[in-house]
Design a protein around this ligand. Structure first.
Ligand code: ZN
Length: 285
């Protein structure tokens, strides 16, 4: 369970994962938040569009249809692997699904077969529509499969989730068949590989390296990992990055995190302490 990423945090996470992103006009404020809750979020849902042609697909997923207003997802993953962001917030992609499936996603356990339509998935899942005819014959180019895995991994990494938090629409409800043409097991295996671990379950977390370590202005992948988590928590003071070199921007961002936790004064001076570090859940590097 997690607070949804802000538009900027989502963009940062995708680019950090090596995803080629196009921002469709207006995507940052395009959502269905007036129609129902968005979040807490629990996972990423993958779909196929039953369309061809990227421009038409992106336009449709942004605007929606007469019977189903847009956005129809958060991003469209084109056949060339480019990801077109069309929505930020609640989107009409998941519809109703099975509460037992949601419970399994939350626990990151194996999924039961869906048979109920008792839970609103648009509240709980990021959604990505992948350009494909959905007939089981239309090919899935490697660039597109790579992008699907990277998008999924980026969001999982930002939230501290494992690959078991990625599901297909057809795993959510027995009313849908998408995505067709590849197995969700193969996708989750790729996501696991990107996340650097083979099995699902809570991500291994980096232990607190000690207060002195930060005062020595370290240059380390751990600083980058910390920065990405700060961005994901909406505590960014970064003009660029985050990167491996500890800078004043890292300290200012960390101070925002300390204030978010309720600290003030010298307890929110931007120098990491053991308790706030543990709460940040920085993945091991
Ligand atoms: Zn779908």
């Amino acid at each position: 369970m997690a607070t949804p990423l802000t538009a900027t945090a989502l963009l940062t996470a995708l680019r950090a994962e090596g995803v080629a992103v196009v921002e469709h006009p207006g995507w940052r404020t395009h959502n269905r938040n007036a129609k129902g809750p968005w979040g807490p979020v629990n996972g990423v849902m993958i779909h196929h569009t039953v369309t061809s042609g990227t421009a038409a697909t992106v336009a449709l997923c942004s605007a929606g249809r007469s019977d189903l207003p847009g956005p129809l997802c958060h991003g469209v993953i084109a056949k060339d692997g480019t990801v077109h962001l069309v929505g930020n917030g609640r989107a009409n992609h998941a519809g109703s699904g099975d509460s037992a499936v949601l419970a399994a996603v939350v626990a990151e356990h194996a999924l039961p077969a869906p048979h109920r339509q008792d839970t609103d998935g648009n509240t709980r899942f990021y959604g990505f529509e992948c350009e494909n005819l959905g007939n089981g014959k239309d090919p899935w180019p490697e660039a597109q499969l790579t992008a699907i895995a990277r998008v999924s991994a980026a969001i999982c990494r930002a939230h501290g989730w494992g690959a078991a938090s990625v599901i297909g629409h057809r795993e959510w409800t027995n009313q849908k068949i998408d995505p067709a043409g590849f197995t969700m097991a193969s996708l989750r295996s790729r996501v696991s590989g990107l996340l650097g671990r083979k099995t699902s379950g809570p991500a291994p977390l980096a232990p607190f390296p000690g207060a002195d370590w930060f005062h020595r202005a370290p240059k380390s992948a751990l600083v980058t990992a910390m920065g990405r988590r700060l961005v994901a928590e909406g505590c960014s003071a970064y003009a660029e990055g985050p990167g491996p070199q500890w800078t004043a921007a890292d300290r200012a961002s960390y101070a925002k995190w300390q204030r978010k936790l309720g600290y003030s004064g010298t307890d929110a001076d931007g120098w990491p302490g053991a308790t706030s570090w543990r709460a940040l859940k920085v993945p091991a590097v």
